[in-house]
Design a protein around this ligand. Structure first.
Ligand code: SF4
Ligand code: SF4
Length: 150
């Protein structure tokens, strides 16, 4: 008989303890987010999707050569009329080549940011885009056309 009542008291106590935790979290500050209606604001130096503005690219191949996992492919042809771009130091530079292909295979990318750090014209950069899932590997290869569109 005593065991029976003891079990009831223990059961009631566990329900009350559980409800206590529920009530405490109900009134405390929310830590979850209603994704995808709301999204995180990434910090300024966050390294997300690699983006390239081929209008600024001078085809120097720095980014292609520095990339530790070889996920960048760049092809260019000699420009008929060389255009001018402004470098990071504010110097004007002749752009002798037009970019015909700029590919980023994001499935290989380790988001190290080395490509963006040394680009002389800031043509390539790390964005705050972090939703990069896809249904196939092919979809993870991004082709950049002129004006940074893909
Ligand atoms: S480092 Fe910059 S300018 Fe040079 S090829 Fe890469 S994106 Fe173009
Ligand atoms: S962030 Fe790193 S791994 Fe990704 S493309 Fe740039 S250099 Fe390559």
């Amino acid at each position: 008989m005593i065991t029976y009542f003891k079990a009831i008291v223990v059961g009631l106590w566990s329900v009350l303890a559980g409800m206590g935790i529920t009530i405490r979290y109900f009134f405390s500050k929310k830590v979850t987010m209603e994704y995808p209606e709301k999204r995180w604001q990434m910090p300024e130096r966050f390294r997300g999707m690699v983006k390239c503005d081929t209008d600024k690219c001078i085809s120097c191949l720095y980014c292609v050569n520095i990339c530790p996992v070889s996920c960048l492919t760049l092809e260019g042809i000699k420009a008929e009329i060389p255009s001018r771009v402004i470098t990071l130091e504010g110097k004007e530079m002749k752009r002798m080549k037009d970019v015909t292909k700029f590919e980023v295979d994001i499935s290989k990318c380790i988001f190290c940011g080395l490509c963006a750090e040394g680009c002389p014209t800031c043509a390539i950069g790390m964005s705050d885009e972090y939703e990069l899932s896809a249904l196939s590997r092919k979809e993870l290869v991004y082709q950049y056309a002129r004006s940074g569109q893909r």
